[in-house]
Design a binder for this molecule. Structure first.
Ligand code: HEC
Ligand code: HEC
Length: 309
């Protein structure tokens, strides 16, 4: 008698099928990347299913994180709506447009194209809007404003977005035009809570000395890494321990503590480095390194990191 042919148990068959599928997927993925199949152009949109999936992933990711920052109780004051309008005009309208105002030409060429925010409060809770504005959205073109708008200004933008659905183009223009003339008139029609008296004209200054505390708190090395990325340092410098593109626009920033000079002039102390980082041209008028609006606190944070690496 011959032995019966050996059979896979069902469990083993399933495992083998998964393994085969895994190998195929990995090979397919490698070919997809290696052969350059994916269309990275900004004129070629995602397929609709991919687009919908990304939207869902974005929504869930934001909702999961946003609850750490509940909105302040007095969010919808006319003062805040006005300050939010000033910030929106200065930082957002170029990409997102506003009632009666088209976005700038460059933003229409972006993929994804920045959406109109008139209905943003229908899709997002207030804390979601705060989270998105503060943190930005990776790989989308939506910048993070954490280092460019103060905590109060971030919430003012959210207050403005809350008032936006009821705002006419005339009201928007009045809110954001001539600082002295506009606010009082506009505030009466700017939406909820807009009838209270209004003092002064809020501005959107946006110089952030130190971003509001984060949950969970970050170590000072992690904060320094964020600061490098958020000020574009990694566009020109390779910095030890900081993820960024391969670049040699500027020198590699390592071993600075052991040097006589930095940038050929300043001294490699915390003071000297911070001064260079804040304003290289004040130290060397011919430096190719731009002045990047780095606050004193942020410059010192970066200097300490560089001296330790
Ligand atoms: C350089 C262009 C650009 C600027 C400037 C910009 N954004 Fe965006 N924003 C985007 C892009 C791109 C997206 C992703 C596509 C989308 O969903 O709109 C986005 C998405 C958003 C979203 C999510 C919208 C949604 O429904 O999915 C919000 C909210 C938002 N931005 C708020 C702001 C605020 C507030 C400002 C100003 C402080 C701002 N943005 C400035 C480009 C920009
Ligand atoms: C557009 C490119 C560019 C950006 C962005 C940039 N740098 Fe530089 N950086 C340079 C160049 C080029 C030099 C060389 C010195 C010169 O220009 O004379 C330099 C020099 C330096 C030096 C002195 C290095 C040495 O070896 O002497 C430090 C420190 C430094 N940069 C830190 C920074 C930090 C921190 C940031 C972000 C806030 C930054 N840089 C952003 C281009 C850049």
């Amino acid at each position: 008698m011959r032995d019966p042919p050996r059979r896979l148990t069902p469990a083993k068959a399933v495992l083998a099928a998964f393994a085969a599928a895994g190998v195929l997927a990995a090979a397919g993925g490698a070919a997809f990347v290696g052969l350059g199949v994916y269309d990275v152009s900004a004129t070629g949109p995602h397929w609709q299913p991919v687009h919908s999936l990304l939207e869902l992933a974005l929504k869930r990711a934001v909702q999961r994180r946003a609850d750490a920052h509940p909105p302040p109780n007095d969010l919808l004051t006319p003062q805040r709506v006005m300050q939010g309008a000033a910030c929106f005009r200065d930082r957002c309208v170029a990409c997102h447009g506003a009632p009666g105002i088209a976005p700038e030409a460059f933003s229409l060429g972006m993929q994804p194209v920045p959406s109109s925010l008139v209905e943003a409060t229908r899709h997002w809770r207030l804390q979601d809007l705060y989270w998105i504005t503060r943190n930005g959205i990776k790989m989308s073109g939506m910048p993070a404003w954490e280092y460019r708008l103060e905590e109060g200004e971030l919430w003012s933008v959210v207050a403005f977005l809350e008032a936006l659905p009821l705002m006419t183009p005339d009201q928007y223009r009045a809110l954001t035009s001539a600082p002295e003339a506009a606010p009082r008139r506009a505030a009466t029609s700017a939406g909820p809570a807009a009838s209270a008296p209004v003092r002064g004209t809020p501005r959107c200054d946006g110089l952030v000395e130190a971003p509001a505390p984060l949950a969970p708190p970050l170590s000072s090395a992690e904060l320094a890494r964020r600061a490098f990325r958020q000020h574009g340092c990694t566009a020109c410098h390779t910095i030890p321990g900081v993820v960024g593109p391969e670049t040699s626009n500027g020198p590699r920033l390592s071993g600075l503590a052991g040097r006589d000079r930095i940038g050929g002039k300043a001294f490699p102390t915390e003071d000297g480095l911070a001064a260079w980082i804040r304003n290289p041209q004040a130290i060397d008028a011919h430096s190719a390194m731009p002045t990047l609006q780095v606050s004193e606190n942020q410059a010192r944070l970066m200097a300490r990191y560089l001296l330790a690496h």
